[in-house]
Design a protein around this ligand. Structure first.
Ligand code: SF4
Length: 483
């Protein structure tokens, strides 16, 4: 399938988290709370959203393209999603044509009853499994990798739904945090490496599963704990049951969640995302100091790192770039020409801060470099004497196959250029990226353990935590929709 036009925002020079998941059991306003939870997770995917609820033995579904607040805001929609249990999903995806068909939660009637599944992550052998399943006569509705799990469950000879799920997951590779709804209750499970996040919360008597703790905050729920890598949580009206049915592996959580994807007010693995970003900025200041007058963040994602840099360096933090939050998302097509225009639409230099100053610009990452080039130019146009760019992640040299939308390697600036070359290309007086060990130090480690890394950092190191079967076997001939 050829990639179609996607509805990307003008702020297109970032990696994109592709999904957020939410589930709740035991609340009379389950669907409304799911909509609120998804709203808090909107940063994890803005192009489609869906909720499936369960009322006695009836499943109710609603999916829509666009934002949660635009599609799950009326009594007519929420009112039809009846029942005390619901799951939901927000997604960002890379193709247009099958967008609504691929919107999750996916729902299927299997021989044991209805099943709805919401997935954050990406299966790295999904295309191979899909081909094998099609050869066995399975019919696929769309191109989502998640659909493979449904077919594997349907074909499983295990008796219980839990065992069928585990049987299916033992055949898949890749990253997954799943929330699943059946007539028996709610299930949540993370892949053995725990690449993508998933947490357990509680609101009164109701239990909740969500990608990030900010989804608990919005509904006044308490954070209970993270779901552990490889852990299956089964929630019924009798309570929560935990098991570890998948082979044990060393945890490799996605370090980019701390750098950019997760919301700053979320807490993951006991670490505040906001504080982590400030520590990364401070480490960056220690590693790559520069004599300058102001530290300016590229808003919004560069703000906490810039604060950390400013505090550590003693150079004043100033808002030298103002972001327009009202740039439309859906009218812009992803051509290079419009991408470049998009930066002008979204950001403007603040002359009173920038004029006559030596500026340290702090951003979270450089992907294609289109945004950085425009921003550096804009800061110079506003009268800056020098522009020194500091990046709160190591150079992004590799694509992600674990649930994050990344350009192909040949589009990644750092994959094809040295840091000096990149600095020249974006027009900065100097450019520096935090080192991989510096990043790990900011995360509270002594450095990266090269033999057994503490996080997934493949987009910086090429050290992929889970095998890339589809890539290696050349089976990625259809543009895959990861969840
Ligand atoms: Fe995260 Fe990068 Fe690993 Fe993808 S490759 S899971 S973005 S650290």
């Amino acid at each position: 399938m050829m990639p179609l036009h996607s509805f990307r925002s003008s702020d297109d020079d970032h990696l994109r988290e592709e999904c957020g998941v939410f589930g709740i059991l035991g609340h009379e306003d389950a669907a409304a709370h799911t909509a609120l939870g998804l709203h808090a997770l909107q940063h994890r995917g803005q192009e489609a959203a869906g909720i499936v609820s369960l009322n006695k033995d009836q499943f109710k579904t609603h999916h829509a393209l666009g934002l949660v607040s635009d599609n799950f805001n009326s009594a007519s929609v929420i009112g039809k999603l009846t029942g005390q249990t619901a799951i939901g999903h927000v997604r960002y995806s890379t193709t247009g044509e099958t967008l609504l068909r691929n919107a999750q939660p996916l729902f299927a009637e299997l021989n044991f009853g209805g099943l709805a599944i919401a997935h954050n992550g990406n299966l790295t052998n999904a295309m191979l499994l899909r081909k094998q399943l099609i050869d066995r006569g399975c019919l696929f509705q769309a191109t989502s990798d998640t659909e493979v799990i449904i077919h594997l469950m349907a074909l499983s000879r295990c008796n219980s739904i839990e065992d069928r799920l585990v049987d299916a997951l033992k055949q898949v590779e890749g990253a997954y945090s799943l929330v699943i709804l059946t007539k028996e209750g709610l299930m949540g499970i993370r892949d053995p490496l725990g690449i993508r996040p998933l947490a357990l919360g509680k609101l009164g008597e109701a239990w909740i599963l969500a990608s990030e703790s900010c989804a608990f905050d919005i509904i006044g729920a308490e954070f209970v704990r993270e779901i552990e890598p490889g852990e299956l949580i089964t929630i019924t009206e009798n309570g929560v049951r935990s098991s570890k049915p998948l082979p044990a592996a060393k945890k490799r959580f996605c370090v980019f969640e701390y750098i950019y994807f997760a919301r700053p007010d979320s807490v993951i693995e006991g670490k505040s995302v906001y504080d982590s970003r400030k520590r990364i900025g401070a480490e960056l200041a220690h590693e790559f100091p520069v004599d300058a007058d102001v530290v300016v963040p590229v808003p919004d994602s560069g703000v906490p790192a810039a604060m950390g840099y400013a505090t550590a360096s003693g150079i004043p933090f100033e808002l030298g770039i103002i972001r327009n939050h009202y740039v439309g998302r859906t009218f812009i097509e992803p051509t290079d020409q419009v991408r470049n225009l998009g930066v002008k639409l979204k950001h403007n230099g603040n002359l009173s801060v920038l004029k006559g100053k030596r500026v340290i610009l702090v951003d979270d990452s450089i992907v294609r470099g289109t945004t950085s080039k425009k921003i550096v130019h804009m800061v110079r146009e506003a009268g800056a004497l020098e522009v020194h760019m500091r990046i709160a992640s190591p150079p992004t040299t590799h694509s992600c196959y674990y649930g994050v939308d990344t350009p192909e390697r040949d589009k990644l600036l750092a994959a094809n250029h040295s840091v000096v070359e990149m600095g020249k290309l974006i027009g900065a007086d100097s450019l520096a990226f935090i080192s991989i060990d510096g990043l790990y130090r900011a995360m509270g480690e002594k450095g990266r353990d090269a033999k057994s890394p503490q996080y997934c950092d493949a987009c910086f190191t090429g050290d992929y935590a889970v095998s890339l079967t589809d890539q290696l076997q050349g089976t990625v001939h259809v543009k895959k929709q990861s969840a």
